[in-house]
Ligand binder design. Sequence first.
Ligand code: ZN
Length: 372
Amino acid sequence: MKQSTPPITPAPLATGLLALALSACQATPPAAFHEGDGALVRADDVLRAREVAQLFDQLHPLVTEQLPDSNCRAREVWIQSQPQLYLFSGATYQEADGFWSENHGRIHLRNDAQSLARTLAHELVHSSLGPSWEVLPGTIEEGLCDVVSVLLCPDNSTGMRTGRLSAAAFATGGLELEIELFLPAEAGAGKVQIGCMTRMRLQGEVSPDFDPQDVFTIPAGLSTTDLPVNDKKALYGLSYLLVDRIVARVGFEGLHDLCLEAARQGLAEIPAPWLMEAGGMESSGAGKTWRTALRAAFGPEELQTLVNLYPELLEDSAGRVFGPRAAVYVTHTDRATVAASVRVTGTDSTLDLRLEVRQEAFARADSPRFQE
Ligand SMILES: [Zn+2]
C-alpha cells in the first residue's frame, strides 16, 4: 500500500489551519527505537525495534538486488498494533498488515502481521521502485511486491499464495474441486473397491459487476481507492497470479523492459495486452483466460491449504458416503481406512490424502454411490 497525495489543494488562507489540524491528528510514534544501518525503527519495546532493524538491513539490499532501477527510500519503520498515520483515520488501512507512506519516507507495519518479514519485503518494494516503474499499473505493482516478498521470504508462503489465488478464483466464476473417496476392497461388500466422487464449487461474494480486467485500471492498493474488501482481495490475487507468471517467463528484467518500452512510446501506463502476453495469457476472452491460469496455479500444496481452510470439503464428501454424521480426520496412522484425492477440475495436479472415518459412522453407512 502507498499513501497517495490528496487531490484537493486548499485555498491559501486555509492552508495553515489545515496543517495544524492534521498535525494534531498524527499518530504518536511508538515509544522505543533502534537505529539500524538503513533505517530508524520505532516499536513499543527496544528488542522488537532492534529485531526489525536487523530484518530491514537484511532485506533491503536483497530487494534492490532483484529489481532494476530500485533504491530504498524508506528511512523509518513504525511497528504498531494497528498500522496508522493518523489517529482518526478511516477504515482504509484497518485490514492492512502494512503500508508505505511516500510523503513521510516511512513504512508502517502491524506488530502481529501474519508474516512481518514478508510484509516488510512487500513494503520495501513499494519504497524502492525508481521512476521508470511509474508506468506499471497500480494494482500490478501490488503483485510485484507480493512476488518479491514470496521470493525473499519463502517460509510458510503457501498460505499467503493460496489466500491470494483463491480470492481471485472465487471471484472469477468460482473454483470447482473434484473430491474422490475410495474404500479399500475389504471394507466394501463383495470385495470390490468402492468410490464416490463429489464436485464442489467454492465461490466468493464480489460486486456483481466485478471484472478481472479491472486489475489494470483500478489502483486497489491506494488509500484513496474505496473498494469492497472481497473485490480488493480478488484484484490483489489476480495481480499476484499475473506477475508470478510474467516473472517465471521473462524475469523482473523482462517486466522492467515493458516499462521502458511504454515510456519510449510516450504511454502513461503499460497496455494491458502487453502484460497479459508477457504472462502467457490471451488478452481476448479474458474471463476464460484468467480462470484457466488460476486453475493451473493450484498445485498439491495449495490444495492442502484449501483442505485445511475448508474442512467441510472432505466432511461433506464423506457425509455422502457414510451418512451426514460421519466424522472425518486426515491422518497418517494405521487407522486410516479411506483414501481421498482432491483435484481442481480440468487440471492434473492432485492431492492424495488418507482419512480416518469413525467406526460408528461406518456402521451407519448406506450403500456408497457415485455422484456427479
Ligand atoms: Zn502494497
